[in-house]
Design a protein around this ligand. Structure first.
Ligand code: FAD
Ligand code: SF4
Ligand code: SF4
Length: 475
């Protein structure tokens, strides 16, 4: 083993420097600086090159983490980039926004006695270096196969599939209802976690490789699903999940109670400099307001931190379980706390109060009961424990479910799971319709970018196998 490794004994874990809290909570720029080259090499050298690398086992993409860490420790960054990009379409994005504490880093075996290797930040450092050095190329094919694949949805699942299929030689057209490509990478996740230029940079490479993007193109509205399907030899549905979950309670109809995604989309659009009437009128602007965000997932954390950056007077997160049981990344919760968000753990809203517009949220204290089948403790209300929070903007971040896609696509033979997501067959990811495949949140339910990438890549392989078999049958 290289003498440059096993430094975990002598060297502490270090993430790249975060910007000063006061400075970063006043703007939307990313909060981390990149590693300096020596910092990345040192941190990579903490890896002990385990025989069974649990980091890799718990990475949904099965990334060859020990190899790229070894190469980075030895200054061989071009090879590290080749390894990192062999299994991941967007390593620079995963390095930034994967919840590493639950995935690779949370399972790094040196963690018990020493802190985990800083895997995510090294991953993005490798790719940032590769972009700076010009090693990242458009996914151009060696030869054209003369068959075309349509991709509905330009989020990470659709793009991961488009990249892989284009490299294989298929003509690719991506349809998206938004005016920019990227799905939730553009219009959900805020800039302070993932700078939009990081996404746009990849989309430019896809365009250079000949992938055609049709934006402002909602399949089922602009053109029927059937008509789009008829234009291609195979189709991938990667439309994500956008049905916002809600809770019925008194006062729900008051003004200034908004769904999380409306709020985040408007903030992201402002970041692009777009005109956003609902923001400019003040309805979706947290400036000077007492903001209450309901929900403790990644979406909730993005809302609280966005509200702070917009200049809210106060920001409170109401969550019905405790910190340990929050579904979102602990790292993001930590950032929100540092930046000044107030958390009301073990509290659930009972009613919105106010005249025309919301002026308060009445909430009830909870306690945790016995663990459920998945080991999560269910929250139980504590009688007579109501309290009221002042609030003039309430943001509901309660999660998402799939919309009725067979109805939206007028495709009743498109089968669903009992969760309302699209049913697919095993690894091939074909739906109940011949030649129609699906990947990402629309099959998995609201999940993670890394899983969307994994499923998009698997679907690409399924489509490739399907089209090759079809070609052989014709020949
Ligand atoms: P999406 O990214 O949702 O893309 C689907 C695309 O399909 C969209 O562009 C949509 O416009 C388009 N579309 C839908 N219907 C049609 C139609 N009929 N015609 C044409 N186009 C259509 N994951 C992480 O790993 N880390 C995080 O930090 C993180 N933070 C998040 C923060 C927020 C606020 C949210 C909402 C999610 C977050 N996630 C995070 C989850 C992650 O963004 C998703 O799991 C991932 O984007 C799913 O990818 P996808 O390609 O399946 O769908
Ligand atoms: Fe870790 Fe995500 Fe990178 Fe896998 S893709 S190594 S889980 S940061
Ligand atoms: Fe290196 Fe940790 Fe992975 Fe082991 S589990 S190979 S120490 S990163």
């Amino acid at each position: 083993m290289s003498e440059k490794l096993l430094k975990f004994i002598s060297l502490d874990r270090r993430a790249p420097q975060t910007r000063d809290v006061a400075e970063r909570s006043g703007d939307f720029a990313e909060i981390y600086d990149d590693f300096r080259p020596a910092g990345a090499a040192d941190q990579a050298a903490r890896c002990s090159q385990c025989g069974i690398p649990f980091c890799q086992v718990h990475c949904p993409l099965g990334n060859d983490i020990p190899d790229w860490l070894m190469l980075t420790a030895n200054g061989r960054l071009e090879e590290a980039y080749a390894v990192a990009s062999a299994t991941n379409t967007f390593p620079e994005i995963c390095g930034r926004i994967c919840p590493q504490d639950r995935l690779c880093e949370g399972n790094c075996v040196i963690e018990k006695d020493f802190d985990a290797v800083t895997i995510g930040a090294v991953e993005s450092h490798i790719v940032e270096t590769a972009f700076a050095q010009g090693w990242v190329k458009p996914p151009r094919p060696r030869r054209e196969l003369g068959q075309s694949v349509g991709v509905i949805g330009g989020g990470p699942a659709g793009l991961a599939a488009a990249d892989r299929l284009r490299r294989a030689g298929y003509a690719i057209t991506v349809y998206d209802r938004h005016d920019r490509i990227g799905g939730l990478l553009i219009y959900g996740i805020p800039n302070f976690k993932l700078d939009k230029h990081v996404v746009a940079r990849r989309v430019r490479l896809f365009e250079e490789a000949g992938i055609v993007f049709h934006t402002d193109f909602e399949v089922g509205v602009r053109e029927s699903f059937e008509a789009v399907a008829a234009r291609h030899d195979a189709l991938l549905v990667a439309t994500g999940v956008y049905g916002a979950l809600d809770m019925a309670m008194p006062g729900s109809g008051l003004a200034n109670i908004v769904p999380a995604l409306d709020y985040l989309i408007s903030s992201n659009r402002k970041g692009f400099g777009d005109p956003v009437p609902a923001f400019d009128s003040g309805a979706l602007d947290a400036k000077g307001k007492q903001v209450v965000v309901i929900g403790g997932g990644d979406t909730g954390m993005d809302c609280v931190r966005t509200a702070l950056r917009q200049g809210a007077d106060s920001v409170t997160c109401l969550y019905r379980r405790d910190r340990k049981n929050m579904p979102g990344s602990q790292r993001e919760v930590g950032h929100a706390m540092e930046e000044g968000v107030h958390f009301e753990w073990l509290a659930t809203p009972e009613a919105f109060l106010g005249g025309d517009a919301v002026s308060g949220v009445r909430a009830l204290r909870m306690r945790l009961g016995a663990p459920d089948a998945e080991g999560r403790q269910s929250p139980r209300p504590i009688p007579d424990s109501s309290f009221t929070l002042p609030c003039d903007l309430a943001i509901k971040a309660l999660g998402f479910e799939a919309e009725d896609l067979p109805a939206a696509f007028a495709a009743p033979r498109l089968k669903l799971t009992r969760h309302g997501t699209l049913k697919v067959t095993g690894h091939s990811r074909m739906t109940s319709l011949d030649g129609v495949f699906a990947a990402g949140d629309i099959t998995r339910g609201a999940s993670l970018v890394v899983w969307a990438i994994k499923e998009g890549r698997d679907a690409a392989d399924g489509i490739d196998a399907y089209l090759r078999a079809k070609t052989r049958a014709v020949a």
